[in-house]
Design a protein. Sequence first.
Length: 255
Amino acid sequence: MNKRFFVFMLACVVLLTGAVQAYAKGGAAKDPVYTIATDTTFAPFEFQDASSNYVGIDIELLAAIAGDQGFAYDLKPLGFSAAVAALESSQADGVIAGMSITGERKQKYDFSQPYYDSGVVMAIRSDNNSIKGYADLAGKRVAVKTGTEGATFAESIAEQYKFTLVYFDESPFMYEEVKSGNSAACFEDYPVMGYGISQGNGLKMVTDMERGSSYGFAVLKGKNQDLLKMFDQGLINIKRNGVYQKILDKYIATN
């Protein structure tokens, strides 16, 4: 073999090896920053505080799990419907938004282990004393939030109790619909309604909680499985070390 050619080839090997090592050390391959979509107003799970910062159970759980597992993320408050649309169009890697785990959703998404067990209640204007149950809704309008467990439950009984549904993308708009008298009642997740009432949203609950689905963190089916595994392991860890319960206690009163 020509000596010069041999030296040239050896130099190429050395350069290539160095490039591969630099790549392996993170010179070119950086850890991903996951885009996580969430709702805009679903207190106490996500909402804006007085300084316009997003806070709530979902926000703090995600931060604690990311810290435990060492992954970075970019939070995108989009509204529930827009968050799901972003996930389906691959503009988001995951969604955490008080999202109920249902059989239908499992056809399109992979869910984490449940991080909160919820249920549905009916609420009316606080000064309304004429509606005491579902039977009193006959012939009336009922407000629901698009894509939620409350909407699904209301849809399941609308024909039986003969009421019509009107849909909203945000909980506050749904509440205003009821307070204004345009709708007789609304259906909402129990912890969300309970928190809203405690903050003076002008409504009151008039039914016992109907058992609902559990909340889960979602990724598109077959995608971002590493992120999903980290969420599950982080959830286990923060439950063990007490951080999970501290977050819940901060936002949901136990008595």
